[in-house]
Design a protein around this ligand. Structure first.
Ligand code: DLL
Length: 442
């Protein structure tokens, strides 16, 4: 499949920069003049004439960040920049404690949302001839409806199955002939396992998948691609505060970083401590500015996601800079005896071990003065096939080498760990007393 919007996705860099500067300047003028939102009307005060003082992309670093707390404080509609009459849809961010954060879309925002998801699907290999199985949750979560509209925008056929009920999902994938799959990587791995158990893997016609919404690793990708007989499993990134899925996406040609839809979203990487911009290639916190959003624009939104930006040319022809795979969230980082550990690094080690299944859980034992890490994994095949001391010793050694700390390792029989059928997989648990923090397998 060629690029879905080649003029925009493969725009020469100089032209893209000019477009971004024009759109940023218009955004600042729009926010400065905004009288509808109590948040935006005061936000740019003290920055002179915001629009007037902005000339080049570098000038953006002088403007204030938007943070998750701003969204919470403005609950529910304080940051909406257009009249409610013109808001056609609401979504809410998932996984937060307390009140959710509400985001809104104009009709034009929904059109952009559909476009960027159609781009992501095409980048993974989708064509208008395909049946696409959409197992992201439908509802307030942006995954289901975001991809649904993307599939329709592409002209393919959507199977709006949402999450849960794995046996039915497999039956539908087989009977309706799904070529594409949209799902979290953890649920995709569960589908692969169940398909293998049911002996239906050979009946599936799957060719590609758009996987995201949670951190995952290249090693899990290899397991998924292998399980489904060589499909293209592409990473897709996004967040409700910015639009939902489709902010950045991998292409099947390279699968090495996610092209940002830079005509709509402007990325920066900053030092999470100082807030200063970092040079290209450095790992830091991703900050995003929406260039075209009408109902819910954000200026320099602190995503909390840790990644790096690279701008080398890509064989697919897309010119949007690429985000390195998200290694985790600034606040997800475990600090174990002074060493910074992202759960995704542990995942990479577990997935690289062929005797283990695509499941793992991390437990942080916080009962002592110093926290200790436990890694729980599961055998891919029945016990007895090389389980036991050697495998555990090998895993411990690999973890120690990668993380530079020692971990306790438990390897259970197939089915030892709970699977996530709906929503995002939870991988990290705290052990605080004598109770076992691991959820019961279903
Ligand atoms: O998860 C939107 C989405 C749906 C993205 C479907 C991709 C596919 P939220 O629920 O607001 O939105 O959660 C956003 O999820 O800040 C990241 O921490 C994490 N996240 C999303 N995609 C990825 C990814 C959706 N590909 C938060 N890799 C973000 C790692 C991801 N983390």
């Amino acid at each position: 499949m060629p690029l879905f919007q080649p003029d925009l996705e493969a725009m020469p860099r100089a032209q893209l920069t000019a477009l971004q500067e024009e759109r940023l300047s218009a955004l600042l003028a729009r926010l400065e003049a905004n009288t509808l939102s109590p948040f935006w009307s005061g936000r740019l005060r003290g920055h002179g004439s915001a629009a007037g003082s902005f000339r080049r992309l570098e000038d953006l670093a002088r403007f204030p960040f938007t943070r998750k707390t701003d969204l919470r404080d403005s609950y529910p509609f304080g940051m909406f920049a257009i009249a409610m009459r013109d808001v056609v849809r609401l979504h809410a961010s998932s996984g937060t404690r307390g009140r959710p954060t509400i985001v809104g879309y104009s009709a034009n925002d929904i059109a952009v949302f559909a476009d960027v998801n159609a781009r992501a699907l095409a980048a993974a290999g989708a064509t208008p001839d395909d049946v696409i199985h959409n197992a992201y949750g439908y509802g307030l979560f942006t995954g289901g409806l975001g991809f649904h509209y993307g599939i329709e925008r592409l002209g393919a056929t959507s199977v709006p199955v949402s999450g849960g009920n794995t046996p039915l999902q497999l039956q539908l994938m087989r009977d309706l002939g799904a070529r594409g799959l949209c799902a979290t990587p953890s649920f995709t791995m569960l589908l692969a396992e169940r398909a293998q158990e049911a002996g239906v893997l050979g009946d599936l016609r799957l060719g590609y998948a758009c996987l995201g919404a949670e951190p995952w690793s290249d090693e899990l990708r290899a397991k998924i691609e292998d399980a489904f007989d060589g499909i293209d499993a592409c990473d897709v990134y996004g967040l409700s505060e910015v639009i939902g899925p489709g902010v950045a996406t991998e292409c099947r040609e390279q699968k090495d970083g996610l092209h940002v839809a830079e005509d709509h979203f402007y990325p920066e990487i900053i030092d999470p401590e100082s807030g200063e911009p970092l040079p290209e290639g450095s790992q830091g916190e991703l900050v995003l500015t929406t260039l075209t959003k009408e109902a819910f624009p954000v200026l320099r939104y602190r995503t909390g996601d840790v990644t790096a930006l690279k701008s080398e040319a890509c064989p697919c022809g897309r010119t949007g800079r690429r985000l390195a795979r998200i290694s985790g969230r600034v606040d997800d980082m475990l600090v174990i005896r002074g060493v910074n550990v992202f759960p995704s690094e542990i995942e990479a080690v577990v997935m690289a071990q062929p005797m283990l299944a695509g499941q793992y859980v991390i437990v942080v034992d916080r009962r002592g003065t110093m926290p200790r890490l436990e890694v729980h994994a599961e055998l891919a095949g029945p016990a007895g096939e090389g389980a036991g001391a050697d495998l555990i010793a090998a895993l411990k050694a690999d973890l120690a080498q990668r993380l530079r700390i020692s971990c306790a390792v438990t390897v259970g029989a197939p089915g030892y760990l709970q699977r996530t059928e709906q929503g995002k997989a939870r991988r990290v648990f705290d052990r605080v007393d004598a109770r076992d923090p691991l959820p019961e397998p279903s």
